[in-house]
Design a protein around this ligand. Structure first.
Ligand code: ATP
Ligand code: MG
Length: 233
Protein backbone atom coordinates (compact mmCIF):
# COMPACT_ATOMS: atom_id res chain seq x y z
CA UNK A 1 0.00 0.00 0.00
CA UNK A 2 1.21 3.52 -0.81
CA UNK A 3 1.90 6.17 1.80
CA UNK A 4 -0.96 8.25 0.38
CA UNK A 5 -3.88 6.64 -1.43
CA UNK A 6 -6.85 8.41 -2.89
CA UNK A 7 -9.30 5.78 -4.05
CA UNK A 8 -12.43 6.44 -6.14
CA UNK A 9 -12.78 9.85 -4.55
CA UNK A 10 -15.70 12.07 -5.55
CA UNK A 11 -16.42 15.66 -4.55
CA UNK A 12 -19.86 16.94 -5.47
CA UNK A 13 -21.28 20.42 -4.90
CA UNK A 14 -24.97 21.18 -5.01
CA UNK A 15 -25.42 24.61 -6.58
CA UNK A 16 -29.14 25.39 -6.76
CA UNK A 17 -30.72 22.72 -8.93
CA UNK A 18 -27.52 21.51 -10.52
CA UNK A 19 -24.65 19.41 -9.26
CA UNK A 20 -21.00 20.30 -9.87
CA UNK A 21 -18.56 17.42 -9.73
CA UNK A 22 -15.17 18.86 -8.75
CA UNK A 23 -13.48 15.45 -8.38
CA UNK A 24 -14.86 12.59 -10.42
CA UNK A 25 -13.56 9.14 -9.42
CA UNK A 26 -10.04 10.31 -8.54
CA UNK A 27 -7.54 7.57 -7.69
CA UNK A 28 -3.77 7.71 -7.22
CA UNK A 29 -0.97 6.50 -4.99
CA UNK A 30 1.98 8.48 -3.61
CA UNK A 31 5.01 6.90 -1.96
CA UNK A 32 6.70 8.32 1.11
CA UNK A 33 9.30 10.98 0.36
CA UNK A 34 8.18 11.58 -3.21
CA UNK A 35 7.95 14.95 -4.88
CA UNK A 36 4.62 14.93 -6.72
CA UNK A 37 3.24 17.46 -9.18
CA UNK A 38 -0.52 17.63 -9.80
CA UNK A 39 -0.90 19.28 -13.17
CA UNK A 40 -4.00 20.60 -14.91
CA UNK A 41 -5.83 23.61 -16.30
CA UNK A 42 -7.88 26.00 -14.21
CA UNK A 43 -10.97 24.28 -12.84
CA UNK A 44 -9.56 20.75 -13.32
CA UNK A 45 -10.05 19.94 -9.62
CA UNK A 46 -6.45 20.24 -8.38
CA UNK A 47 -7.07 22.42 -5.32
CA UNK A 48 -10.03 20.24 -4.41
CA UNK A 49 -7.70 17.22 -4.28
CA UNK A 50 -5.11 19.12 -2.24
CA UNK A 51 -7.65 20.47 0.25
CA UNK A 52 -9.08 16.98 0.77
CA UNK A 53 -5.58 15.53 1.29
CA UNK A 54 -4.90 18.30 3.81
CA UNK A 55 -8.10 17.81 5.79
CA UNK A 56 -9.30 21.32 4.93
CA UNK A 57 -12.19 19.85 3.00
CA UNK A 58 -13.86 16.42 2.99
CA UNK A 59 -14.84 14.35 -0.03
CA UNK A 60 -18.35 13.12 -0.81
CA UNK A 61 -17.27 9.50 -1.20
CA UNK A 62 -14.14 7.40 -1.61
CA UNK A 63 -11.09 6.61 0.48
CA UNK A 64 -8.32 9.04 1.48
CA UNK A 65 -5.60 7.05 3.19
CA UNK A 66 -2.63 8.86 4.72
CA UNK A 67 -0.02 6.67 6.42
CA UNK A 68 -2.53 3.83 6.88
CA UNK A 69 -5.30 6.05 8.29
CA UNK A 70 -8.42 6.67 6.22
CA UNK A 71 -9.05 10.33 6.97
CA UNK A 72 -12.29 10.42 4.94
CA UNK A 73 -14.12 9.11 8.01
CA UNK A 74 -12.52 11.51 10.47
CA UNK A 75 -14.79 13.70 12.56
CA UNK A 76 -14.07 17.40 13.09
CA UNK A 77 -11.88 16.84 16.10
CA UNK A 78 -9.75 14.24 14.34
CA UNK A 79 -9.42 16.48 11.29
CA UNK A 80 -8.26 19.37 13.47
CA UNK A 81 -5.56 17.20 15.05
CA UNK A 82 -4.57 15.89 11.62
CA UNK A 83 -4.23 19.39 10.12
CA UNK A 84 -2.37 20.60 13.16
CA UNK A 85 0.20 17.82 13.47
CA UNK A 86 0.52 16.09 10.13
CA UNK A 87 0.03 18.66 7.37
CA UNK A 88 2.13 21.57 6.20
CA UNK A 89 0.41 23.94 3.76
CA UNK A 90 2.03 26.47 1.43
CA UNK A 91 -0.23 28.87 -0.48
CA UNK A 92 0.31 31.03 -3.54
CA UNK A 93 0.17 34.28 -1.57
CA UNK A 94 2.22 33.16 1.46
CA UNK A 95 -0.44 34.07 4.08
CA UNK A 96 2.04 35.33 6.67
CA UNK A 97 0.95 37.35 9.70
CA UNK A 98 1.94 40.91 8.79
CA UNK A 99 2.75 42.20 12.27
CA UNK A 100 4.98 39.27 13.23
CA UNK A 101 8.60 38.84 12.15
CA UNK A 102 9.69 35.88 10.02
CA UNK A 103 10.87 34.08 13.14
CA UNK A 104 7.67 34.86 15.04
CA UNK A 105 5.56 33.59 12.14
CA UNK A 106 7.30 30.22 12.34
CA UNK A 107 7.23 30.18 16.15
CA UNK A 108 3.49 30.85 16.15
CA UNK A 109 2.83 27.90 13.84
CA UNK A 110 4.85 25.39 15.87
CA UNK A 111 3.45 26.46 19.22
CA UNK A 112 0.54 24.05 18.88
CA UNK A 113 2.59 21.14 17.50
CA UNK A 114 4.16 18.38 19.59
CA UNK A 115 7.33 17.42 17.70
CA UNK A 116 8.35 20.58 15.92
CA UNK A 117 11.80 21.64 14.72
CA UNK A 118 13.57 24.72 16.01
CA UNK A 119 12.19 27.72 14.06
CA UNK A 120 15.55 29.51 13.74
CA UNK A 121 17.20 26.36 12.40
CA UNK A 122 14.54 25.82 9.75
CA UNK A 123 14.70 29.47 8.66
CA UNK A 124 18.47 29.05 8.33
CA UNK A 125 17.88 25.93 6.20
CA UNK A 126 15.82 27.95 3.72
CA UNK A 127 18.53 30.63 3.54
CA UNK A 128 16.92 33.24 5.76
CA UNK A 129 19.27 33.38 8.77
CA UNK A 130 19.93 37.07 8.05
CA UNK A 131 16.25 37.99 7.58
CA UNK A 132 14.73 36.31 10.63
CA UNK A 133 13.85 39.52 12.45
CA UNK A 134 12.28 41.25 9.48
CA UNK A 135 8.56 41.70 9.00
CA UNK A 136 6.88 40.25 5.89
CA UNK A 137 6.55 43.70 4.28
CA UNK A 138 10.34 44.04 4.48
CA UNK A 139 10.90 40.79 2.58
CA UNK A 140 10.76 40.03 -1.15
CA UNK A 141 8.09 37.68 -2.49
CA UNK A 142 10.55 34.82 -2.69
CA UNK A 143 11.73 35.43 0.85
CA UNK A 144 8.14 35.55 2.11
CA UNK A 145 7.42 32.26 0.39
CA UNK A 146 10.52 30.75 2.00
CA UNK A 147 9.20 31.86 5.41
CA UNK A 148 5.90 30.17 4.52
CA UNK A 149 7.77 26.98 3.60
CA UNK A 150 9.79 27.16 6.84
CA UNK A 151 6.56 27.62 8.76
CA UNK A 152 5.06 24.52 7.14
CA UNK A 153 8.20 22.39 7.38
CA UNK A 154 9.02 23.26 11.01
CA UNK A 155 6.00 21.23 12.05
CA UNK A 156 7.70 18.11 10.65
CA UNK A 157 4.53 17.30 8.75
CA UNK A 158 3.78 13.95 7.16
CA UNK A 159 2.91 15.78 3.97
CA UNK A 160 3.80 19.19 2.62
CA UNK A 161 1.00 20.47 0.36
CA UNK A 162 1.72 23.42 -1.94
CA UNK A 163 -0.95 25.15 -4.05
CA UNK A 164 0.72 27.12 -6.88
CA UNK A 165 3.70 27.95 -4.62
CA UNK A 166 5.52 29.81 -7.40
CA UNK A 167 2.41 31.42 -8.89
CA UNK A 168 3.19 34.88 -7.54
CA UNK A 169 6.97 34.72 -8.07
CA UNK A 170 9.25 35.68 -10.93
CA UNK A 171 11.17 33.03 -12.85
CA UNK A 172 14.40 32.97 -10.81
CA UNK A 173 12.72 33.31 -7.44
CA UNK A 174 10.28 30.57 -8.43
CA UNK A 175 13.21 28.30 -9.19
CA UNK A 176 14.78 28.94 -5.78
CA UNK A 177 11.53 28.02 -4.07
CA UNK A 178 11.17 24.84 -6.15
CA UNK A 179 14.75 23.91 -5.28
CA UNK A 180 13.90 24.13 -1.59
CA UNK A 181 10.83 21.96 -2.11
CA UNK A 182 12.81 19.37 -4.09
CA UNK A 183 15.49 19.35 -1.36
CA UNK A 184 12.81 18.78 1.28
CA UNK A 185 11.87 15.60 -0.54
CA UNK A 186 15.36 14.42 -1.51
CA UNK A 187 17.32 15.33 1.63
CA UNK A 188 14.71 15.30 4.41
CA UNK A 189 12.44 12.58 3.03
CA UNK A 190 9.36 14.82 3.24
CA UNK A 191 6.46 13.88 0.98
CA UNK A 192 5.78 17.00 -1.09
CA UNK A 193 2.74 17.59 -3.31
CA UNK A 194 2.76 20.63 -5.60
CA UNK A 195 -0.32 21.78 -7.50
CA UNK A 196 0.34 23.84 -10.62
CA UNK A 197 -0.90 24.60 -14.13
CA UNK A 198 2.71 25.10 -15.31
CA UNK A 199 3.57 22.03 -17.42
CA UNK A 200 7.26 23.00 -17.33
CA UNK A 201 7.42 21.80 -13.73
CA UNK A 202 6.54 18.19 -14.58
CA UNK A 203 10.14 16.98 -15.16
CA UNK A 204 11.27 17.85 -11.60
CA UNK A 205 8.75 15.49 -9.98
CA UNK A 206 9.09 11.82 -9.12
CA UNK A 207 5.44 11.44 -10.08
CA UNK A 208 3.11 13.59 -12.16
CA UNK A 209 -0.67 13.35 -11.82
CA UNK A 210 -2.42 14.93 -14.80
CA UNK A 211 -5.94 16.18 -14.12
CA UNK A 212 -8.56 17.30 -16.62
CA UNK A 213 -12.24 17.97 -16.15
CA UNK A 214 -12.37 16.65 -12.54
CA UNK A 215 -10.64 13.38 -13.50
CA UNK A 216 -7.15 11.92 -13.42
CA UNK A 217 -6.18 11.60 -17.07
CA UNK A 218 -2.71 10.10 -16.68
CA UNK A 219 -0.05 9.38 -14.09
CA UNK A 220 3.61 9.25 -15.05
CA UNK A 221 6.70 8.55 -12.99
CA UNK A 222 10.10 10.06 -13.73
CA UNK A 223 12.85 7.58 -12.88
CA UNK A 224 15.38 10.41 -13.13
CA UNK A 225 13.71 13.69 -12.17
CA UNK A 226 15.39 16.77 -13.59
CA UNK A 227 17.33 19.17 -11.40
CA UNK A 228 15.69 22.56 -11.04
CA UNK A 229 18.86 24.27 -12.27
CA UNK A 230 18.48 22.60 -15.69
CA UNK A 231 14.85 23.58 -15.98
CA UNK A 232 13.73 26.24 -18.48
CA UNK A 233 10.31 27.79 -19.03
N1 ATP B 1 -17.41 25.53 -2.97
C1 ATP B 1 -17.67 25.24 -4.26
N2 ATP B 1 -18.92 25.25 -4.74
C2 ATP B 1 -19.19 24.95 -6.01
N3 ATP B 1 -18.27 24.63 -6.94
C3 ATP B 1 -16.99 24.60 -6.52
C4 ATP B 1 -16.61 24.90 -5.18
N4 ATP B 1 -15.25 24.79 -5.06
C5 ATP B 1 -14.82 24.43 -6.28
N5 ATP B 1 -15.84 24.32 -7.17
C6 ATP B 1 -15.74 23.94 -8.59
O1 ATP B 1 -15.02 22.74 -8.71
C7 ATP B 1 -14.18 22.76 -9.84
C8 ATP B 1 -12.75 22.44 -9.46
O2 ATP B 1 -12.23 23.49 -8.66
P1 ATP B 1 -10.72 23.54 -8.15
O3 ATP B 1 -10.59 24.75 -7.32
O4 ATP B 1 -10.34 22.24 -7.54
O5 ATP B 1 -9.91 23.72 -9.52
P2 ATP B 1 -8.35 23.98 -9.76
O6 ATP B 1 -7.85 22.90 -10.66
O7 ATP B 1 -7.65 24.15 -8.47
O8 ATP B 1 -8.37 25.35 -10.58
P3 ATP B 1 -7.36 26.62 -10.52
O9 ATP B 1 -6.14 26.22 -11.31
O10 ATP B 1 -8.13 27.71 -11.21
O11 ATP B 1 -7.06 26.93 -9.10
C9 ATP B 1 -14.37 24.12 -10.48
O12 ATP B 1 -15.28 24.00 -11.56
C10 ATP B 1 -14.93 24.96 -9.37
O13 ATP B 1 -15.73 25.99 -9.86
MG1 MG C 1 -6.73 25.81 -7.56
Amino acid sequence: MGYIEMEHSFKRYQVGESEIIANNDVSFTIEKGELVVILGASGAGKSTVLNILGGMDTNSSGKVVIDQQDISHYDRKQLTAYRRNDVGFVFQFYNLVANLTALENVELAVEIVEDASDPATVLTDVGLAHRMHNFPAQLSGGEQQRVAIARAVAKNPKILLCDEPTGALDYHTGKQVLQILQDMSRKNGTTVVIVTHNVALAPIADRVIHMHDAKVKAIETNSIPRDIAELEW
